[in-house]
Design a protein around this ligand. Structure first.
Ligand SMILES: *Cc1c(COP(=O)(O)O)cnc(C)c1O
Length: 340
C-alpha cells in the first residue's frame, strides 16, 4: 500500500544498515537450533543525534516549522536520549530548546552522558524532583510554553519520547525501510523486537507492518511500566493517528503488538548485573554497543526468551537497535566486574 507521508526534515542517515549477528547466534547454540538474529542499526541514524528519536523528530520538527515555531520544549529523565537528540536537532535548525527534566536535582550537577550533550547543544535545562515532575508535568510544560510566549516566542511541546501521532510516522517509515532491507537479504522476518519506553517506536513498527500486510509480530520489551499500560498507550496513539490523518481505514485493535514486561528489572534506568553482562557479551562478541536503560535490557530479555524457546519455529528475528550509547557512561560503576 502506498502511504502518503507528511513533510519531514531530513536529518538521519538512511537507510541504516541491517546486519546479521552470526557470532552471537553461534555462541548461543539455542536448544532447538534457533533463528538467525539480525540487528537494524538505528543507533547509526547519526553520530551525536543517534538513535530512534531522530526518525520521529524529522516529522515533528517539520510540523514545528510549518507552525512557525522558533522553540521546542520537551521532557524526560536526566539521561533522556530523546531530550539530547531534540537539543541537537534544535541547534542544527536554529530553534531554541527548553528541556524539562526529571531529577534527582543534585545529580544534575554531574555533567555526564546525554545531559552533558544537552548543555553542549545550548539547550535550556530545568530539573524537577521526580515526585513533582510526575505530579505536575502537564502544568510544567504549560508554564514553559507561556514563559516563551510572554517573550514573543512560539514553542512546540513535544511529548515524552516524541510518542504521539506525529512521531508515529518515524517508525511507520522505519518499518517500510526495514521490510525492504529484509527483502534485499532474501527473507521475511517472523518477529521484530525492540525496547519499549514510551511506545512510539513499537506502535510505528506495528502499524507499518500492518499497512504492508506483513505477517510479522512486533514485540516490545518494556523498560518501565506494564504491558497493559503500553497496550493502552499504543492503542490510543494509533487511534489518534488514524482519526487525524484519516489515512487507511485501520482498526487499532487489529494491529497486533506484544509487550513483554518481564525484564524491566528494578525500574526505569535501573538494571541488575545480568544486563551489564549481556552488554559486555555483545560488545566483545559482535562489536555492538548496547545501553543499560533500553537496548541492553531488551536484548537481555530477548536472549532469555530465546533460551526458553519462545521464538521456536521462526527463522529470522530482527532486533531494532534504538541507540542510547551516551547513557552507558553514567553507569560506569556497574561495570566493576570487568576489572576483576
Ligand atoms: C526512547 C528509546 C527507546 C524507546 O522508544 P519508545 O519509542 O520511547 O518506546 C528505546 N531505545 C532507546 C535507546 C531510546 O532512547
Amino acid at each position: 500500500m502506498k502511504i502518503k507521508y507528511p513533510p519531514k526534515v531530513s536529518l538521519a542517515q538512511l537507510p541504516t544498515p541491517l546486519q546479521p549477528l552470526d557470532r552471537l547466534s553461534e555462541a548461543f547454540s539455542f536448544p532447538y537450533g534457533g533463528p538467525r538474529l539480525w540487528v537494524k542499526r538505528d543507533d547509526l541514524t547519526e553520530t551525536a543525534m543517534s538513535g530512534n528519536k531522530l526518525r520521529k523528530l524529522e516529522f515533528i520538527v517539520a510540523a514545528a516549522q510549518q507552525q512557525h515555531c522558533d522553540t521546542l520544549i520537551t521532557c524526560g529523565g536526566l539521561q533522556s536520549n530523546h531530550c539530547r537528540a531534540t537539543a541537537l536537532v534544535g541547534a542544527r535548525l536554529g530553534l531554541q530548546v527548553q528541556l524539562v527534566l526529571r531529577g534527582p536535582v543534585e545529580s544534575a550537577a554531574a555533567l555526564d552522558g546525554n545531559l552533558l550533550v544537552d548543555y553542549l547543544a545550548g539547550a535550556e535545562v530545568a530539573v524537577y524532583p521526580a515526585a513533582q515532575y510526575q505530579r505536575e508535568l502537564p502544568s510544567l510544560l504549560r508554564h514553559w510554553q507561556q514563559h516563551y510566549a510572554a517573550k514573543g516566542h512560539r514553542a512546540l511541546c513535544i511529548p515524552t519520547g516524541g510518542s504521539d501521532r506525529l512521531g508515529l510516522w518515524g517508525y511507520l517509515s522505519g518499518a517500510e525501510e526495514l521490510l525492504s532491507d529484509c527483502r534485499q537479504h532474501g527473507f521475511n522476518p517472523e518477529h521484530i523486537l525492540c525496547a519499549t519506553g514510551s511506545g512510539g517506536t513499537q506502535a510505528g513498527l506495528a502499524l507499518g507492518c500492518y499497512l504492508q500486510s506483513a505477517e510479522i509480530l512486533v514485540t516490545g520489551y518494556a523498560v518501565c511500566d506494564s504491558a497493559a499500560y503500553f497496550q493502552a498507550k499504543m492503542r490510543s496513539d494509533l487511534a489518534d493517528w488514524a482519526q487525524h490523518y484519516n489515512a487507511a481505514p485501520i482498526d487499532p485493535k487489529r494491529i497486533e503488538a506484544t509487550v513483554n514486561d518481564q525484564y524491566m528489572g528494578p525500574g526505569y534506568g535501573l538494571a541488575e548485573e545480568p544486563v551489564y553482562r549481556t552488554i559486555t557479551t555483545l560488545a566483545s562478541l559482535e562489536g555492538l554497543l548496547l545501553d543499560p536503560v533500553y537496548t541492553g535490557k531488551a536484548f537481555h530479555g530477548l536472549l532469555q526468551d530465546l533460551q526458553l524457546g519462545c521464538y521456536r519455529g521462526s527463522k529470522n528475528l530482527v532486533f531494532v537497535h534504538t541507540g542510547g550509547h551516551f547513557g552507558l557512561f553514567p553507569h560506569r560503576q556497574n561495570f566493576d566486574f570487568l576489572l576483576n
